[in-house]
Ligand binder design. Structure first.
Ligand SMILES: [Zn+2]
Length: 474
């Protein structure tokens, strides 16, 4: 399929009004961008939608009634707003529930500790698991201690924060690594750089062939306190109780809406985020704010009667947090026409002050000087000049996201809407991810960036990058 596109593109480039094609993109779209910024930066309704989602619906784990209500509300509201082709695309999702849970310290003192079971964890027996605690600062240290020291214990990983990527492996894999040495349960220091005694959940992954033991996050403060006690040779004993279990798979949905293209409606630019969240807080930064910003970008364009040449589509993906079934289902639904996807833009690092976009092409090193990448990068630099008044004109080499991952692996150019990222991991996956942490001005800027980037990518004569997406690309 892709091979037939190339000559068409070439023809379009040759015919495409020579005057506009020669003009840099920021010059071509300066007036439109000004119109959009004016509307987005003074808008109240987008914030009202985020306020409704977080205040009246709240958190939205896959399979929960919260997520189902959020989906129904979005579909209804999008239809009322007059967006086009509004639909809920059915997706079968995993349905994990936390149940009742607690962590009680018995020795050296009696105290109840703040905790959150990790997503996808198994539960404990009803009476809980009571055992001495063994503290490890790394996998190497744990494995050095060996089965003799670990067996029968509850392992506490008191691993210092070195950034999300370096720390999250203990949350993801710690249970299985401890179970392989005979541990009965695992506790992990929450994956966050700054803590106010808040535990942070997130999913774990059991390795095949090791027993599935329950696992929970504790606060940074408690992890460090228990580690200090252990260093001084103090015996620590706790009881971990977790009612976590899986229910039968549930039916959820990706929410989709469009502004149909005026000239090439079959070609699509996708913008969006994931609509599900963990079952704590309100999922305001992760990822409710970005979802509403992407949706409201379409709402504003439609109000301004700005219809790009290609179709601009918003997708609110379901089940990113504990399965990615939404991303896979969306990709499967467009796999036969993947070459029609011109670009995909995702925002999933909170909704702090935006600074620009990251740009990735799967399989191409962004630093390699590959002309396919450089062509897209140069076009984005032109578009980004429009964002200078918002101090959001940075184009980072490398970008993407979990939900657009399957599209990118098929060759679709991927962008992430980047923020300053100062506090995201302070709130991420915790009770503290709530609306009070979102600055309305940052939210409005994100709406403006989604709208302008989405509009320009969908409207410009040329495709962002001269690649040929194909379902055959791995
Ligand atoms: Zn997220």
């Amino acid at each position: 399929m892709g091979r037939r596109i190339a000559p068409l593109l070439l023809t379009a480039a040759l015919l495409g009004s020579a005057s506009t094609a020669a003009q840099p993109l920021d010059e071509r779209y300066r007036d439109v961008a000004g119109q959009i910024f004016g509307a987005a930066l003074t808008d109240e309704e987008g914030w009202e939608k985020l306020r409704y989602l977080t205040t009246h619906i709240g958190h939205r784990l896959s399979g929960s009634t919260g997520l189902e209500r959020a989906i129904e509300w979005a579909v209804e509201s999008m239809r009322e707003e007059g967006l086009e082709n509004v639909r809920a695309q059915p997706v079968t999702v995993t349905h994990w529930v936390r149940g009742e849970e607690s962590l009680e310290l018995h020795a050296p003192v009696r105290r109840r500790l703040a905790m959150l079971g990790l997503g996808n964890s198994v539960g404990t027996p009803p009476e809980g698991i009571t055992a001495p605690v063994l503290v490890a600062r790394s996998f190497d240290e744990l494995e050095g201690l060996g089965r003799e020291k670990v067996e029968g214990r509850i392992v506490l990983y008191a691993v210092p924060w070195t950034g999300y990527g370096g720390t999250v492996v203990y949350r993801a894999l710690g249970a299985s690594r401890a179970a392989a040495l005979g541990a009965r349960a695992a506790l992990v220091r929450s994956a966050t750089g700054r803590s106010l005694s808040t535990p942070h959940t997130g999913s774990l992954r059991y390795e095949e062939g090791t027993p599935r033991i329950p696992a929970a996050a504790v606060t940074v403060e408690d992890a460090e306190w228990l580690a200090a006690l252990a260093e001084d040779g103090v015996e620590i004993e706790v009881t971990l109780r977790m009612g976590a279990h899986f229910l039968p798979d549930a039916t959820s949905a990706n929410v989709i809406a469009e502004i149909r293209g005026s000239e090439r409606p079959e070609e699509v630019v996708v913008i969006g985020g994931h609509y599900d969240s963990w079952d704590v807080g309100q999922g305001a930064h992760d990822d409710g704010g970005p979802c509403i910003a992407a949706w409201h970008a379409l709402t504003l364009l439609q109000r301004l009667e700005l219809r790009p040449r290609r179709t601009l589509r918003v997708v609110l993906w379901t089940n990113e947090e504990n399965g990615l079934a939404g991303a896979e289902a969306y990709h499967a639904s467009v796999a036969g026409e993947i070459e029609r996807h011109v670009a995909a833009v995702e925002m999933d690092m909170g909704i702090e002050r935006p600074v620009g976009f990251g740009f990735g092409l799967a399989g191409i090193d962004p630093e390699s000087g590959d002309p396919r990448y450089e062509t897209g990068y140069a076009r984005l630099l032109e578009i980004a000049r429009l964002f200078a008044p918002l101090e959001a004109d940075r184009i980072r080499r490398g970008g993407g996201g979990a939900d657009i991952g399957p599209l990118m692996r098929s060759g679709v150019p991927g962008l992430s809407l980047d923020t300053v990222g100062e506090h995201y991991f302070d709130w991420h996956h915790s009770h503290a991810d709530t609306l009070d942490k979102v600055e309305p001005r940052d939210f409005r800027k994100a709406v403006a960036l989604f709208a302008v980037m989405g509009y320009v990518l969908a409207d410009m004569e040329e495709r962002l990058a001269p690649v040929e997406p194909s379902p055959l690309n791995p």
